[in-house]
Design a binder for this molecule. Structure first.
Ligand code: NI
Length: 151
């Protein structure tokens, strides 16, 4: 089990109350919630720096917009092997949803995704990036180890 170190955190009463409410909703304790927030922020900051990463790009578009399907297809072909797989769902008469799983440099992934999402006719989209190197906060980071006396 990973050794945990204790340290004090000072925060406003109201913020602490919000933290406790969040923890209760998640069925977790304060320490677990704070650890998850720190891991998420570290991952987010690393992703901005250009590190090896995997990502999921999700977007919705109207396939009746002229040439849009072809343009989106071209953009994905340009990404080549960086596209691990993709999923296409026909949502309704007009709209299609695509989920594209990417692997590569996180910064480039963001730039390429923004280019695709900026294409006219793409009505909704978002990229979620996960850095591949999660060492330090551990692949076993979700063991939810408890320090002695932790609430
Ligand atoms: Ni479709």
């Amino acid at each position: 089990m990973t050794e945990l170190n204790r340290f004090g955190i000072a925060m406003e009463k109201s913020l602490l109350a919000d933290l406790d409410e969040l923890a209760e909703r998640r069925g977790a304790n304060r320490s677990e919630v704070v650890r998850d927030l720190v891991r998420a922020e570290i991952a987010r900051t690393r992703a901005q720096q250009g590190v090896p990463a995997v990502g999921s790009l999700i977007f919705v578009y109207d396939h009746h917009v002229r040439d849009l399907t072809e343009r989106l297809n071209d953009l994905q072909h340009e990404l080549g092997e960086r596209v691990l797989c993709s999923l296409h769902i026909h949502l309704d008469h007009h709209n299609c949803m695509e989920v594209v799983v990417l692997r590569g440099n996180s910064r480039e992934m963001q730039v390429e995704s923004e280019r695709l999402l900026a294409t006219r006719g793409v009505v909704h989209g978002a990229l979620h990036v996960v850095p591949e190197d999660l060492s330090g906060h551990g692949h076993g980071g979700h063991k939810h180890a408890k320090a002695k006396g932790e609430r």
